[in-house]
Design a binder for this molecule. Sequence first.
Ligand code: ADP
Length: 480
Amino acid sequence: MNNMLQLSAIMQDSDDAIISMTLEGMITSWNRGAQKMYGFTEKEILGQHVSVLIPPYRADEEETLLNTIKKGRKIDHFETTRISKEGREIPVSLTISPIKDLSGEIIGASKIARDITIHIEAVEKQAWLAAIVNSSNDAIVSKTLNGIITSWNKAAQRMFGYTEKEVLGKHISIIIPSDRLKEEDHIIKRIRSGRKVSHFETIRIAKDGRELNISLTVSPVKRSDGTIMGASKIIRDITEEVKIREKLKQYSTQLEQINSYKDNFIGIASHELKTPLTSISGYLQLLDRNLEKAQNKVFLKKAVLQVTKLTTLVSDLLDISRIQSGKLSLNFTEFEPNEMLKEVTDSVQQTTSSHRLELNLGANLKIKADRQRLEQVFTNLLTNSIKYSPRADRVIIKSINAGTFFEISVQDFGIGIPPDAKEKIFNRFYRAEGLSPSYSGLGLGLYISQEIVIRHGGKLWVESEEGKGSVFYCRIPVSH
Ligand code: ADP
């Protein structure tokens, strides 16, 4: 094959469009690459003016290019836009050379056009990335494995006060406090092994010496062959966040303190109140036994009742404070719960004329428990059942001996409890919503009762239907 043929074959097979034209712009040759790029066949295009490939808004360009060629000069890598047969715009890089005849006169131009769509896409992608990096609120910095800074975005400048020019080529240690330099060794060690450092909270120093609380995420930057060439760092300024966190911590400590003052206060106040109440109650009882006049006796009885109510309230407050400080101690003895139940029922019945307390006792058994505390629980259940059933006239109390546990139920036919309040009534200070003010109480009884029952390893719960009544159950294991 002679040289000419070889050249022509290479030309035909090139991916670049290779065409030639006269100095007037008439196309005289057209390779396969040109056909592929522009869509015209050789037959269609030969003899046509080159302007069919040029978008109208670039119409003047070709004349300037041909003028350069006419002067015998070459044009290298001129980036412009051409248009295909279907009207698609193609970004191209043109290299144009003069064609001379044997006498050296310029008779035309050869043009190599390369489609640079992919190249442009890559450049555009890079521009996007650069814009994102620069508009980020986090500082984005890259460095070599030796810690030399290689890029520094606008946020980094804002955060640390150094311009890109000031820090490029410098060691990253200019923003690291001297007592934290070891951190950098540790970070670089991880990066070298291809691992990331995520949300590492530390301190860095700005140009003006200010200490910044930052959260650092460092990732390895790899070459296309996978080897690690450096690290990219995303740095978030969390100075404000840390301040807020510290404030919250302070508040919560203060709150804990206030809470403990409050519990302490309730404890002391209840004690102070209870001492005189106990003596008044004692004197009233003494008087009651010795008083003759019938009417005075009635007044006295009423006074004793009120003192008893007050004593219960104060005792409840005292118990709350004991529970809060973990000091509610139990005194376990062995006794017959049926007997205790009978005593409590009798005693409550004595102060109630509106309701008949019907007691159905199961088989006798003995349990080991704190008798006084369980009396307190049953008294509370009984007084509640009377208090919250003002239109009813009876309460049914049952006990069951189940061998391993002792269970009692207290059933009333009163206002009942709404389903969403069933759990809440055992909370401290909770009273059912919409409860009429005629029902007195502080919302402490069930909370204390539940605490006592749980401390016995037992369970306290309720089944209830609004408007029909409630059944409270209390189950205590035989031995604790
Ligand atoms: P207090 O009776 O002092 O409000 P408790 O802790 O004993 O406090 O009871 C909490 C709440 O549970 C009461 O306010 C009431 O709304 C509801 N409750 C308790 N027992 C009954 C009952 N037998 N029937 C209806 N509601 C009850």
